[in-house]
Design a protein. Structure first.
Length: 239
C-alpha cells in the first residue's frame, strides 16, 4: 500500500502484449504496388501528364507563412478570363478551376494569368477530327512529337531574396545623430508620405526650435556670464 491519501496502486503487468504489436513488414510490397499503379495510370492518361492538371500559384495563409508560394486548388474565373480561356474549356485541356477562390491582389492575378498563357503556348492540343483541324488545335506533325511530361507541371519556385552588398560607413553617416533628428521631427504627422516629408522638415524643426528658444537663450546667457566671471576673478570661477 502507498503512503498517504493517494491513489491505490493497481498496476497490470500481465498483459498479452503480442496482440497489440503492429508490424510494417508489408511496406516494401506496398512500395512496389504504388509504383505499378502510377505506371498504369500514366499509360491510361497518355499523352497527358500523369501528375494531374495545372495548378495556380498562391500564397500560404497567416503572417508566418505568407512570404512563401505554393500550388493552389484551381484558377479563378477572373484569371481564366484574363488569359482568354473559358472555365468549361479549361477543364478539358488540363487546367484546374476553382469557382470559390477570389483574387485579392493584382499581383497574384497577373502571375497566374501569365502562368496560363505560358502553359497554353507550350500545350500540344490533339485535334478531335484529324481531317478537319479547328482553331487552336495542333497539327499532325506536332502531335507526333508529343511526349508525356514527367513530374509536376510547371513546378512552383519561391522567389530568392536579393543579395545585400556591404560598403564602408561614410564620415557623414558617422556624424549623423539619429536621436536628435527624430526628436526634431517628432511632431511630424504619421500620415505624411516619406517623399513629402523631405519637404516638410523645416516647419517642424522651426516649431521645435521655437519651443526651446527661451531655455537655450538662458543657457547661453549663463555660459557667457560664467566666462566673464572667470576672466575677471579666477578665484570666483574656481568656486
Amino acid at each position: 500500500m502507498g503512503k498517504g491519501n493517494n491513489m491505490i496502486p493497481n498496476q497490470h503487468y500481465h498483459k498479452w502484449w503480442q496482440r497489440h504489436v503492429k508490424t510494417w513488414f508489408n511496406q516494401p510490397a506496398r512500395k512496389v504496388r504504388r509504383h505499378e499503379n502510377r505506371v498504369k495510370k500514366a499509360k491510361a492518361v497518355f499523352p497527358r501528364p500523369a501528375s494531374g492538371p495545372l495548378r495556380p500559384v498562391v500564397r500560404c495563409p497567416t503572417i508566418r507563412y505568407h512570404t512563401k508560394l505554393r500550388a493552389g486548388r484551381g484558377f479563378t474565373l477572373e484569371e481564366l478570363k484574363g488569359a482568354g480561356i473559358s472555365a468549361n474549356f479549361a477543364k478539358t485541356i488540363g487546367i484546374s478551376v476553382d469557382r470559390r477562390r477570389k483574387n485579392k491582389s493584382l499581383e497574384s492575378r497577373q502571375r497566374n494569368i501569365q502562368r496560363l498563357k505560358e502553359y497554353r503556348s507550350k500545350l500540344i492540343l490533339f485535334p478531335i477530327n484529324e481531317k478537319k483541324i479547328r482553331k487552336g488545335e495542333s497539327s499532325l506533325e506536332e502531335c507526333k512529337l508529343a511526349t508525356q511530361l514527367q513530374g509536376p507541371i510547371m513546378p512552383v519556385k519561391n522567389e530568392q531574396p536579393a543579395v545585400v552588398e556591404f560598403r564602408e560607413v561614410t564620415k557623414d553617416e558617422k556624424k549623423f545623430q539619429a536621436f536628435a533628428t527624430l526628436r526634431k521631427v517628432s511632431y511630424q504627422p504619421v500620415w505624411k508620405a516619406s517623399e513629402a516629408v523631405a519637404h516638410d522638415f523645416k516647419p517642424f524643426q522651426a516649431r521645435t526650435d521655437a519651443r526651446l528658444v527661451g531655455i537655450r537663450a538662458k543657457r547661453a546667457k549663463e555660459a557667457a556670464e560664467s566666462e566673464d566671471a572667470a576672466k575677471g576673478d579666477p578665484k570666483k570661477a574656481k568656486k
